[in-house]
Design a protein. Structure first.
Length: 395
């Protein structure tokens, strides 16, 4: 019963994470679009930088943006804050439920680094905090005054983080932690920089002082970073469903390609929304396409070195399934993390193996995504035996 309730808790937290994430991303995309759509008009109120006309849901809207702030604030000023905060909170809750509570299955791979669950969790938490402080330090340093150099520095930081994660955690956990690292940077941008700066500007107006325009510029810089990082972090958050992304030794390079693809697609959309001439930003699609080719090349299926392995007998194959698969992939799993077989894949009998041969070959023969965290210490020889059986289509 407890496992059943935990499954529901996981589902509800994941659902909430999606809901808050969609709200945050939608608001982010909308305001970036709004900023790029602003136009100077012949008649504008004092202090207005530009305005935008919109139509949606049968109604027309006229939006103004002030260069700094209006002379007097309205009483019903709306703050977009909880979407970002709750996205991070629910995301971290998922990290706890999925990876911390099941550290030996999802977080730790003894073949990568043999960690105690408490050690792995401590490294996880510390790495997310450290990543934010490094990023924030880069933004506040002289590097932060040069957009191109700062962008390159943040790119290197994320790729370095991916490399380090892949040498500490399981492949699946490594990519999730890259997403968590970027998500933490984005949420902390809102909590630690954007909202505090907006509050300072609001306080200045309420006290009758002119707000510091630099506070708005800093907030805009962090908001722009969030906009360009959104697409990569979304892909990283679903990466656990695609072993091709993490079941090889060059995860950091895959992350690099994902960053380029997402950022370039976002740049293309932003410049199109801004009304720029197509030739001035069309290169972004080419860059994204080249990065996609690179990602496809890096994640292509690779055959393990051919080893002369006799086709195992049915009893030998069943022994491998019983040792390495059945604890999770049986009608009634004995593994503490599962009440039902993951993905409805049952691997108990020869008929089961025939049915799911393609999945087994993909995740346990060509790749090493299974068993999870290689808890059962499946050897290359055993993987080769399974591969030989599948290739021979033994009866």
């Amino acid at each position: 019963m407890l496992d059943f309730l935990l499954d529901w808790l996981n589902l509800l937290v994941r659902w909430a994470h999606f809901v808050f994430g969609v709200s945050w991303i939608g608001a982010s995309f909308y305001f970036v679009w709004l900023d790029l759509s602003l136009r100077k008009r012949e008649t504008m109120n004092p202090g207005v930088y530009g305005t935008s006309w919109l139509v949606h849901g049968g109604g027309f809207y006229h939006v103004e943006k002030y260069t700094v702030a209006p002379e007097k604030l309205p009483e019903d000023l709306h703050w977009f804050i909880w979407e970002a905060y709750l996205t991070w909170v629910t995301g971290f809750a998922l990290l706890i439920l999925q990876y911390y509570f099941n550290a030996t299955s999802y977080l730790i791979d003894p073949e990568v680094m043999d960690l105690d669950p408490r050690e792995a969790i401590a490294i996880s938490v510390a790495s997310l905090a450290t990543g934010w402080f490094i990023y924030d330090g880069l933004c506040r340093s002289p590097i932060g005054r040069n957009t191109a150099i700062l962008g390159a520095a943040v790119f290197v930081e994320i790729c370095l983080g991916a490399w380090l994660f892949s040498h500490v955690f399981s492949g699946r956990a490594a990519l999730i932690h890259v997403g968590a690292l970027v998500g933490t940077m984005m949420a902390a941008n809102v909590f630690m920089v954007i909202i505090p700066n907006q509050r300072k500007m609001t306080a200045a107006l309420m006290e009758g002082r002119a707000p510091d325009p630099r506070l708005g510029q800093i907030g805009k810089q962090r908001s722009t970073h969030n906009n360009y990082l959104t697409l990569p972090v979304l892909l990283m958050m679903v990466s656990g469903h695609y072993p091709m992304l993490y079941s090889h030794p060059h995860t950091w390079l895959v992350v690099a390609f994902i960053l380029v693809i997402g950022a370039m697609v976002r740049h293309f959309i932003n410049r199109a929304d801004a009304g720029d001439a197509f030739p001035t930003y069309s290169w972004a699609l080419l860059a994204a396409a080249l990065a996609l080719v690179g990602a496809l090349f890096m994640t292509r299926p690779e055959e393990r070195p051919k080893v002369a392995v006799p086709v195992p007998t049915k009893s030998e194959v069943l022994a491998i399934l019983d040792t390495h698969c059945a604890m999770c992939h049986s009608p009634h799993p004995t593994h503490e993390s599962f009440d039902v077989p993951p993905g409805d894949v049952v691997l108990v009998t020869i008929a089961d193996l025939r049915r799911f041969a393609d999945r087994v070959e993909d995740q346990a023969v060509r790749g090493d995504a299974m068993p999870l965290g290689n808890e059962t210490h499946m050897t290359d020889a055993e993987r080769a035996q399974l591969g030989a059986w599948i290739e021979a289509k033994a009866q």
